[in-house]
Write a protein that binds this ligand. Structure first.
Ligand code: SF4
Length: 424
């Protein structure tokens, strides 16, 4: 048994990869959610050379290289180190969970470019050893506003830019069990420092070291103790109108959103995408929590990138049903199922198109439900050769029927014909 194979069930990192049915999963955490196009190409080729050629885009705006072995892990680390993508220790990488808006610094509609705050936060996290006791899932969302806000992203500590009396301020919030609890505002200059102080409080007082378990009496006094301005009312950011395809930023500039079906790309497609982007003069790629990559471009180049990316199998239209389907990796990648979940999900995507079903679908190989924790309009939970059917719920909701995996081609339309859209 190898050193990494003895430990199971944690959030994967690079220094501490996670064993899976198809080998080790190595997570790559780009600083500030950005990668150079050349680094993207290098990682895509590395996924083939050192792994099984499969790459995930995660809901924390990271990449995962799958199918790495004990023998190929060290050469992969060497490559990551050369690209400045390898932390000094497993503890340091585990707490570097910071998400910023994917269009930060590009979007004229944003209130604040949060990347400098993210960089300061990263530095402070790395310099305080006590913070290494944070749970691996502890995360920060730094939302500067604009066309792609982070309101739907789960995070323990939220920093949200807002304008008060003509000044830019940063509202500080903690995730509660069912909503965000806003504590007050601070200056942009103090935002990273306040986030660290707040994190120390959660570490000290939170029963599970997560913000959702902080008790009300503790929360009531935190804002004053951190010297925050009165809480005021934070309004929820608007839902973005568009996440895939061409997003106009100004008359002369656009961003292009390129979605990965089920958050998975293969090495060949990603290598060719990096080549396409380099050919069009794009130098940087932004990652997002929506399994979508973003690149800046002028309007003409943007249209070409969309056409090229569509040919490579990426999602370039928000209306594509694949954007509304979550499916776990399934047979061949996970020993808990023999069902080809993603193949079945593609069959069902065609049925969603035919029936014009606008809701969400979750195809899960088993009752664990790794791909989605939020409710979906239709949930299929694998067991043996069939799926249990849940309408408007999660993998934990009581099933209302069963569907034979072998019959999805013929019966798929029937799943969606009566369905109504409840979750997006
Ligand atoms: S939901 Fe079940 S089958 Fe799917 S990846 Fe998770 S454990 Fe494996």
């Amino acid at each position: 048994m190898t050193a990494v194979a003895e430990i199971k069930g944690w959030c994967p990192g690079a220094r501490r990869p996670m064993p899976s049915g198809d080998g080790l999963i190595v997570r790559v955490r780009p600083h500030g959610g950005a990668l150079s196009v050349s680094a993207l190409g290098e990682l895509a080729r590395a996924a083939q050379r050192f792994g099984n050629g499969q790459i995930d885009l995660t809901r924390r705006a990271n990449l995962q290289i799958r199918g790495v072995s004990d023998q190929t892990l060290v050469p992969l680390w060497d490559l990551m180190a050369a690209l400045d993508l390898l932390d000094a220790s497993a503890e340091l990488e585990a707490i570097r969970n910071i998400v910023v808006n994917p269009l930060a610094g590009l979007d004229p509609a944003e209130i604040l470019d949060m990347r400098p705050v993210a960089a300061a936060l990263e530095t402070r996290l790395a310099s305080d050893q006590a913070l290494q006791a944070l749970p691996a899932k502890f995360g920060f969302a730094l939302d500067g506003g604009g066309r792609l806000p982070l309101a739907d992203l789960a995070a323990d500590v939220r920093l949200v830019a807002q304008v008060r009396d003509g000044d830019c301020r940063v509202a500080i919030g903690l995730s509660g069990s069912d909503d965000v609890r806003w504590l007050g505002t601070t200056s942009v200059a103090d935002a990273a420092s306040v986030a660290i102080q707040l994190t120390r409080v959660v570490l000290k007082l939170g029963p599970t070291r997560r913000s959702a378990t902080l008790l009300a009496p503790a929360i009531a006094t935190i804002g004053a103790e951190l010297g925050l301005d009165g809480a005021g009312a934070m309004t929820r950011s608007a839902t973005p109108q568009r996440r895939c395809g061409v997003i106009a930023l100004t008359d002369q500039t656009c961003a292009v959103g390129l979605g990965a079906p089920f958050g998975r790309l293969d090495s060949d497609a990603l290598t060719r995408l990096a080549d396409v982007l380099a050919t069009h003069g794009v130098s940087e790629v932004r990652l997002s929590p929506w399994r979508t990559l973003y690149v800046p471009a002028g309007p003409e180049i943007a249209a070409q990138i969309v056409a090229d990316a569509a040919r490579l199998g990426l999602i370039v239209d928000d209306a594509d049903p694949l954007m509304r389907i979550d499916a776990c990796s399934g047979a061949g990648c996970c020993p808990s199922t023999g069902l080809a979940t993603r193949q079945h999900a593609r069959v069902l995507a065609d049925a969603m198109r035919r029936t014009q079903f606008k809701g969400t679908l979750h195809v899960s190989g088993c009752a664990k439900g790794c791909a989605r924790s939020a409710p979906a309009d239709i949930v299929l939970i694998g067991e043996g050769e069939r799926y249990h059917l849940v309408r408007d719920g999660t993998v934990r909701t009581e099933a209302c029927g069963t569907v034979d995996a072998a019959g999805l081609d013929a019966d798929g339309d029937g799943l969606f014909e009566a369905g109504e859209r409840a979750h997006v």
